[in-house]
Design a protein around this ligand. Sequence first.
Ligand SMILES: NC(=O)c1ccc[n+]([C@@H]2O[C@H](COP(=O)([O-])OP(=O)(O)OC[C@H]3O[C@@H](n4cnc5c(N)ncnc54)[C@H](OP(=O)(O)O)[C@@H]3O)[C@@H](O)[C@H]2O)c1
Length: 336
Amino acid sequence: MVKAKKFILDKSFAGAPKEDNFKLVEEQLGELKKGEILVEAIWISVDPYIRPYSNHVPAGTTVMGSQIAKVISSNNENFAEGQLVFCSTGWKTHSIINPSLLEKDIMPRFYALPNFGNLSSSLGLGVLGMPGNTALFGFLNICDPKPGETVVISAAAGAVGSHVGQIAKDLGCYVIGFAGSDDKVKWLKETLKFDAAFNYKTKDVTAALLEAAPQGVDCYFDNVGGEFSSAVIYRMNNSGRVSVCGSISSYNANTKELPKVPMLQPAIVFKQLKIEGFIVSRWGDKWMSGIERNLNLIKEGKLIYPEHITAGFENLPQAFMGMLKGENIGKALVKV
Ligand SMILES: NC(=O)c1ccc[n+]([C@@H]2O[C@H](COP(=O)([O-])OP(=O)(O)OC[C@H]3O[C@@H](n4cnc5c(N)ncnc54)[C@H](OP(=O)(O)O)[C@@H]3O)[C@@H](O)[C@H]2O)c1
């Protein structure tokens, strides 16, 4: 019988997550019943959504999250030992799962990992998983970008943002990224070949856009929200499209006292903008085809997909807090 290690949310978050929000505990797992498999985590994802979604779970709950795990014992004829799976069992080293009893959710929460050839299985948490599908479906379906259009992306050096920018470049768009450090800006320009990039912490957003896009902005892929996004939206062209993917600038805020930002209605009305939020589960029925499309983009040499890897299960809280502070270029995750 296996003893699992897991992190629980010991105290609910208030403001930015701190070490004492998390507690490492052990859980004795039982014998496998018919239909069950025992999996061992190899990679665990740290994603921004964990911060706002944790507002809705009580203290004591296992910290939510997805992982790539290996089947180490099986009482299910469909899953042999050694099989790699994607599962959403939270920050746990070992889990017992009965695949057939899992609720059929709108977004796949458990599946045998597709064959990535000689690529790392960790990509199943990033470019070949949820963030990859977010970039692909959320950008193409909502921004509806056309060649030659100007596209702005916030949190542009992160997992989703860097992916969106590369799809936009491949389509022949003029791409402007904003990120939180000079190193990230350099990487966006030199490695991803963005047409322009700025450090939003040191450069005024309106001034940056007047400089890089005097012609105005057609598509905005919004990962951050807040004042930053109001400034971008006031630089949009007629019939511009905004895909509201995330609002990370508000995730640590008290939800009852959200920061106030310049009102958007004048820009929305007079420029006839389309602004649409989405959750990637909307494309749950196309999940595997999204992964396949992104895998093909990698094979065609059209995607660069860095990973920001923290070693050691015990360091999950540090990896998560570091990602929220912007320590990552590309996908932040933990190697167990
Ligand atoms: N709608 C959906 O279904 C969906 C799915 C996946 C992700 N998302 C959202 O997409 C966004 C990006 O997610 P990701 O997984 O790709 O994370 P990520 O961009 O890899 O990492 C988060 C990044 O956010 C930036 N950031 C943190 N605080 C910020 C602030 N106050 N203002 C501006 N930027 C800030 C940091 O970069 P800097 O150094 O640049 O500040 C950090 O590296 C998040 O908002 C996330 O919630 C939405």
